[in-house]
Every structure is written in C-alpha cells, then in structure tokens.
Design a protein around this ligand. Sequence first.
Ligand SMILES: Cc1cc2nc3c(=O)[nH]c(=O)nc-3n(C[C@H](O)[C@H](O)[C@H](O)COP(=O)(O)OP(=O)(O)OC[C@H]3O[C@@H](n4cnc5c(N)ncnc54)[C@H](O)[C@@H]3O)c2cc1C
Length: 638
Amino acid sequence: MLAPSCRASAVSLQAPAGRGRGLHVQNRERLSQRSASPAVASSSIWVATAFGLSTLVGTRRRWRRSCRLAAVKTAERTALPPKVLSFLQSAGESATSTAAPGKGGNASLEGIRRADMVWQRIKERSARKAQGEDLDPPKQVVRRGETKSSPTGMQSFDVVVCGGTLGILVARALQNEGYSVCIVERGVVRGRDQEWNVNAQELEPLIQQEIISREEADQALQSSWPSSRVGMEGTHAVEFHAGALNAGVSPKVLVDAARRRFEAAGGVIMEQTMLDAIDIFDDGALLQLSQQAEGKVQLRARLVLDAMGAGSPIVAQARNGAPPDAACLVVGTMASGFPAEANKGGDYLYACTPKKGSKKSGHQAFWEAFPSENGGKDGTERTTYYFTYVLPGLDNLPSITNVFEEYVEALPEYQDVRLEQLEVRRALCASFVAYKDSPLPTPFDRVLQVGDAAGIQSPLSFGGFGALCRHLPRLSCAISEALTHDLLKATDLSQINPYLPNLSMQWTMYRSIAQPPEDEPEFVTRMMGGILSASARCGDEVMMPILQDVFSLGSLAPTLASWMSRDPGIIPLFVRSMGVSNVTAALSHLASLTLYTGLSKLEPLLRPYADTLPAAERFQWHRRFEAWKYGSGLDYEH
Ligand SMILES: Cc1cc2nc3c(=O)[nH]c(=O)nc-3n(C[C@H](O)[C@H](O)[C@H](O)COP(=O)(O)OP(=O)(O)OC[C@H]3O[C@@H](n4cnc5c(N)ncnc54)[C@H](O)[C@@H]3O)c2cc1C
C-alpha cells in the first residue's frame, strides 16, 4: 500500500505567490485558552506559589506582581548578573504562561536555569570523555522481550509516536497513509509560542501531505518580510540581503491544526504520559508507560517512532551514552519596544566586530533577528538570538548564563536601542547538540528516530522544523513501505536514516567555526562571510539552497570556486582550523556528494528494474534512491 502522500513526494514544492499571512486573532485567543493550564502545571514551585497566591487574593494585578516576583527569585537561583536580571524581569509573566514541551518551549527564567543545567551535564560528560574516563552507561530503554510473541490484551496500534512536537506531523502523515496511530507525550501536544523561522515554501510538503490545509498553513505563517540581511563586520566585511528565512511560523497554530485533524480522523493522543521502556518481540513492541492519572499503562505497536528530540533516552542508548560532538549555545528574547521603522526586516546571520561579546570563551558570536508576529500590534516586537558554536570537550566553555550576559551587553549596540526601552516577553535559550555521525541509523528492531532525535537537522542552523518538513515526503513513504511489507527489523529501518554526504559536509564546516586558529581572530567571519557572499555572487539558484541548509554540488562547487579564487589566503587557515583528519573527511564527503549526484541521475533508469524485485530488495533500492537524492541536495526545489 503506497498511499497518496508517497505520490506527493513527486509534487513540486513551489510556493504559490501572494498568500495572505495575517494574524488570526480568534484562533490565537482560542489556542491560548486551551494551552494555559498545562503550562502552569509545568512551571517552577515559585511560580506555582505565586499562582496560588493570586487565586486567593483574586486580583489580576496582584497575580501579575507575584508572578514577576517568582520569576525574579527563579532568576536569582540561576545566578544571573544584576544587569541581566533587571532586563529579564519583564519576562516574569511568561514564566507561567508559555511553557510548551518541545525544544525552546520553556520561554522563562526557569527555562534558562534548566537549559544551563542540561548544558552543564553535557560539558561535564564531554570533559570526562576527553580525559579518557568511562562514562556511566545510559538507561536501557529498549529491551528484548523475554518471549518470542508479545503479550496481548492491551490497546494496539500500527504506530506509536513518542513525543508530540514534530511527532504530531509525522503521526498525521502516517494516519493519512491509512495506519492507526497513537501519540504518547509526557507533557501536552502543543507548539511553543516562539515562532519557527523558515521560508514560506518550506511548509508546502505539509500541505501536499494533507497534514494541514493551505488555509491553516496561512494562519500559521504569522510573520513575513521581504528579505533578511547577511552581514559580517571587520576587515573582511560583507553585507547583502536575501529572500531567505523570511517568514515566521507559529508552532502553536500549526501543531494545533495538525492535532485537530489527527483527532478528527480517529488518532489517539495520550498526554501527561511518559515512555519508560519498550520491550521488543518478534511480532510487535510493548510500550511501558507512566501516566499522571492512571499510573503504569502498556500499549502495543508494530512500530515505535522516537520523536523525543535530541535528549531522547532512546538516542542516548543508541549512541551508547556518548556526549555530542557539537553544541550551539543560543540565547535571546522576544521583546517589544524596538523602533518600528527598523523592525521591518530580519537578520539571517550577522556578526558584529570580531568576537565582540564572546569574552568568556573567545568564540565568535552571531546574531539572528526577526520581527515577531509581524511586529505585534504596534510593530515593535522583535526576536533577537545570539549564539556561538562550541566543541563540548574543550576547556573554558561558557555557561548559558555567561552567553546571556554577553547578549544583554551587546544587544543595545547591535540593535541601536537602550535596554530600558524594551519589555521582554519571552527569554529564550538552548544548547543545540549535534553528532558527527548523523542521521542516526537505528540499531533497534521496531524503533525508528524522527525529528531532532534522528539528527537530520543542520548542525549550523539548528532548523529542525524546516528539516523535518523537507524530509517528510521521503519519511512517510519509507515508513509506509516498511509497515506494508513488515520490514521492521533494525537492518531495514536503519536504511530510512542513511548517510547523507551533504549533511556531513555541514559538520566539517561546523568544525572549523567551533575551533578556529587562535591567532586569527577574524577567521570565522572571514570564512562565513566569504562563503555566503560567494554564493550570493553566483545568483539565487546557488545561494538559496545554501541559505536553506541544502548543500548540493550545483550550489557548493561554484560557491567554493568563487570563494577560494577571491580569497586564496583562506585555504591554509581553513586547513589549519580543520586539522588534517577533518580535511580528509570533508574531501571524502565531497567525493560522496559528487557520486550521489551522479547516481541520482540513474534513478529513472534503475527504478523500473527495482520495482520488479521482491519487497525487501525493492525497499532497499527505494531507500538508496532517496539517499542519493536527499544526500546530494537534489530534492531541493526553489
Ligand atoms: C530558541 C530556538 C529557536 C529555534 N528556531 C527554529 C527555527 O527558526 N526554525 C526551525 O526549523 N527550528 C527551530 N528550532 C528548532 C526546533 O524547535 C526543533 O528542531 C524542534 O522543536 C524539534 O522537535 P522534536 O519534536 O524533534 O523535538 P523536541 O522539540 O525536543 O520535542 C520532543 C518532545 O518529546 C517529548 N518527550 C520527551 N521525552 C519523552 C518521554 N520519555 N515520553 C514522552 N514524551 C517525551 C517532549 O515533551 C517533547 O514534546 C529552534 C529551537 C530553539 C530552542
């Protein structure tokens, strides 16, 4: 059964021009009503105390004051410096109102504390590994069942998706293929408030696969602007504008639309339900769950999809507890009070004077900035992100609090504002981790990673939502084919997350940004600015895929040629920053990219032959075709 969405992979991803992207106020009000209570449930004890007080006293004003007080106390526990603290005080209320379960969902001061703890643990483990220590083995979440056949008598589904942020999109795609699907989510299935920035046409696969309708996609597209700036200051300064990353999608509206459709079509959602373990049998998987209300619960599934993000316990087990190879530390805010006139465009990537702000680590810091929700009612709302790439095993790495401090210090000059002008609506932060060996080929029968857990997102842009949209047609086809022919062993499923040379190329670039030559303070801006402006010189066809994380031979070859011919002096520095082994790896990925590009051209000749083969071999060939196409960036359509 290869159902409609498999065919959708052949459909053009062109965006229709001129779609409306207005704010849909009613929709947003309804959504915020629905989402308030779980957010309160997950906030800190201080916030809970504040909330309790406000109920007693019964006035909104006092409630707001106590929330603010609670947030300040939370911030005190994070040891935030006074300047940061006073800047973030106005984020107090969001500590109670915006916590959503996915990555970046906890937009509060408590969120900073938690993100710092997560990052601290990663740093400690990486340092121990670098010193040659044995790390504690991860929890064995996936286990082999003791019998051949799974027990019966519990609710059973074709697919259970664990994690409902991007998981809802995959769940809906498989439901459309005719499978019974259940979502297990430890929190609630709700998108966060903070927008995902994409290009509008990246939503097209969601529409083609009928995950949401075009109208719903238009509602979710809350912000758009004509172009975003790419700029690097310094001796090798560059600045240009491109129509990339120039739209903001509301995860809340998008996830809610997908959820409504999923439930209306009979999909089951189990919220406040935690995956504890999965027992694998020859004929199915048994999920061991803990529910807030019911206690221990079991579900049976033919296939389990792990959509629990980069922190998934299954990923930790699959990677044998290895700490990540890369981490991008991101902080920022969504705040009002920016000059409305200057809030009409975005920054795709901007670096002020070399290494300015990144005092603690000496790493180059970058900015991204966008109008939020089309600037809000008065046009002054803006998101500003500040981030830096690091290698987790190195010494002297900053904490997220350190990076936040740098952000607050550097923001006024970067945006030409005074901090006192701004009212912070949300404080944002995360450590995005990446593994060199990505995507992750599952080592388990009947379990497959999707979303950030799979590692299909670029380590440079951390655009996991955009990456999932791009891969969704391929994923739903492949998963559907695996289910249809019962090809659910690790050897089958691992082919769905294959080696993608263009993604590995991005890792090698990461390496040179995260560990530049110490005596070359401008190396990173010179390299990034040089590459991006070279792609711009080659025209939109070359530049746009690169700006959207899709490296193809057609975009890389002219870019690299133009970059190196303009700045040949960068080559020895580049080699020095990468190290010989990474240069060799980069060249081998480039060779594979070239090979995959050639092989992909053979697909039309090979497909008729492949389609005559028995199911298992046919499945293998189909996955090969996909790996060639996606691994060489030939899936990209502008
Ligand atoms: C500040 C910030 C800005 C970003 N901006 C962009 C952007 O502009 N564009 C873009 O494309 N991406 C962006 N991202 C990345 C994007 O948010 C992630 O790629 C995306 O959230 C990944 O979704 P996921 O579902 O794979 O994982 P997650 O978001 O990590 O969600 C995992 C889900 O699994 C659930 N879960 C975890 N453990 C269990 C368990 N044991 N049992 C049951 N459920 C469990 C969690 O509650 C959660 O709902 C941004 C992220 C951040 C932090």
